[in-house]
Design a binder for this molecule. Sequence first.
Ligand code: GAR
Length: 211
Amino acid sequence: MNNNRSDKSRSGRKARVAVLVSGGGTNLQAIIDAEKSGIIKSGHVSLVVSNVAGAYALSRAEKAGVPAVTLTRRECGSQEAFELRLMDLLDHEGIDLIVLAGFMSILSANFTSHYPRRIINVHPALIPSFCGKGFYGLHVHEAALAKGVKVTGATVHFVNEIPDGGEIIAQKAVRVYPGDTPEILQQRVMRQAEWKLLPAAVEQVSREIIG
Ligand code: GAR
């Protein structure tokens, strides 16, 4: 982590942002696009890390010219070794802000305690509904539909040692309609909420970091 805050504000430099991904990377794309369009001006996407080999998010990073690395738990041998390698990488790259954008692995308290208020996550429901262990990706929308909720949404929050338990930064509600499938609902939540909330939160936290 780069802690030299006064130098940052004097030089007007941007927060270095690492985006952690596991899959399609539409949220990564939203962040890349937001930097390009100037919605994100206080941060720069400096690194993408995928814990899944061949994830499409890696192609998105490559296309945007963002350095991308694959790091899997399997190749590291254990979660502990994976997290140590990840910390080394993030520190080596001088990363200020870690963004979990469809990152489907729970990070241990040992990892999260190294980066207080420097890790944010997007979750595809209105926390505290449909969150915590086992609630990820499409499963979240399956659970929301099974419960029969009429409103769901997305949440961006700081990451601490409790899965989906950190301080909430932003939320946006999204309507559920009769006939929705998990896939249809997922797309609506992404389009109406996630792809807007997450880039806005990256800008907000980056601004706080360089401030
Ligand atoms: C997104 O809906 C994101 O909120 C969710 O997975 C999807 C990833 O899509 N994340 C979680 O469920 C994490 N708990 P993407 O790879 O296209 O951004």
